[in-house]
Design a protein around this ligand. Sequence first.
Ligand code: ADP
Length: 591
Amino acid sequence: MVKLFKLFICCMLIFGLTSCSNNGASGANNIANGTYEGVGKGKGGDITLNVTIEDDHITNIEVISHNETTGFDSAMDTLKDKVLKYNSIDIDTVSGATLTSKGFLSAIENALTNANASKDMLAKAEINDQEVERQEIEEEYDVVVIGAGGAGFSAAIEAKNAGANVIILEKMPAVGGNTLISGAEYAAPNNWLQKEEGLEDSVDLMVEDMLVGGDNKNNPELVRVVAENALDGALWLKDEVGVIWEDELMFFGGHSVKRSLIPLNASGVEIVTKLNEKAQSMDIPIYLNTKATELIVEDGKVVGVKAVGEDNDYTFKCDAVVMATGGFGSNVEMRIQYNPEIDETILSTNSVGSTGDGIIMAQEIGADVEGMEYIQTYPICDPLTGTLLYFDDARLYGHTIIVNKEGKRFVEELGRRDEMSLAIKAQTGNVCYELVDQNGFVESKLEENHAQELEYLYENDLLVKADTLQEIAEFFGVDYEALQETVDNYNTYVENGEDPEFNKRSLPSKIETAPYYMIKAAPAVHHTMGGLVINTDAQVLNTDGEVIEGLYAAGEVTGGIHGTNRLGSCALADITVFGRIAGQNAAEYSK
Ligand code: ADP
């Protein structure tokens, strides 16, 4: 019995204590055949999966649990295919889903560790990629929609509804674009929730708010189209597409009245998931990993699109194209070209797919652009990735101060996004440090609402919690004595109800209750207001102000709607309204 037990222990040590099932038949292999569990850290926390190994080959990967954002989770399918194909985990991460990719690959590595193996012990796969020749494929549609964000989906669904044969091209491995990663609130005047609350609103008021917010650099006709059709668009999303709107409204800055609908969980995931499901149910083909590169023009009319897929090159012939490729927030060169202030020192909250392709493609055939220099930045973002940080809610509640490395305040903490961003960019290291005390931390519900973000910030040394200001300052190398003086002065301003230095418009609480919390943050590009010039029918105009026949555009790729500055929650209204118009008109034109 004792002998048997010893044998069992030996086997356990050899074949890995954590293997889920293990037939022990290692033969001449490096790794014992079996199924092993592995855990890796993705964007949303742990990714847990089972990896099956046979004859030193990974033969299956089964994700057991994860908390990655819908849309980004498809990166794991892409990676799974590649890992199985190459029998390796040394493969590129999926662009736009870096953290999910890293988490997935490290979970497999962890499973190998649990199999008492390493990635180098996997057999070398015999792959001859050269065998597969790229094909030149030609297809024909009535309407080609470029871009699978909110505008592209809205256009495609409406074009199909109007009887057109339509396809969507998407260059990324997953649909959604910026729409997916936004909060996706939607400004709709005269909506049902306003009526329930007895709030007075009107189309005219929304027009006025957007014009004032955009410093009157917007095209008032386009603004009116958005405001007039916003409610109908929200109802269409609810009734036709199945989007669930929450039962309350949000009040965004620059609006005169509370008018913004909130999608389920205040996330673009709800919008994109439902649009995608709707498109699938209508049999609209969506070609992923397919990047449109060129518009085909004959006799001055757009008659097709060239595109590059993973394995094939395409020519899509069509009667009309809807350009819905989003903005250019992730294209540094293009940003600098139009606004040198927004250079490479500023990261971006945007999807990596927002590179202005549609603007460039259309310009190449004579399209006009407007407002390209108007680029909105958000001041408090992750200095490593550019992701918007919700720790900043504490600032919006009025509880924080923002200092530089020298320990001094340098801007009004409740000022305009653009002014704050430029001020931060001018500080040492192009970063700032935002400080809140325990009282402000609790009042702002940071732990309650953003626990996952806080965990990420701690892990990446971007957030420190300590009992003294000295410890806080030392963690980030901020000048402690200056910081102490800044806080003392600020507390006097709170007492007096007036900030003589920066005129902070709300001074609700002193910074005096330990523990203290400080984050390091930097501004990041959030939205590009400029883009292709369109008319109220979503037709793209050339530099002579004439319609380019067969070319329509909608969404962040267009200019003129938001002027110098987009108000929060107006983008969703814009992309839905103009996406639908572009789709309907492109379908009509194709008849
Ligand atoms: P909008 O809010 O205007 O709909 P999004 O950013 O949500 O904009 O969506 C734009 C989509 O277009 C993104 O998914 C992006 O990856 C895609 N896209 C951008 N350039 C191309 C291109 N050249 N070919 C195909 N898809 C593109």
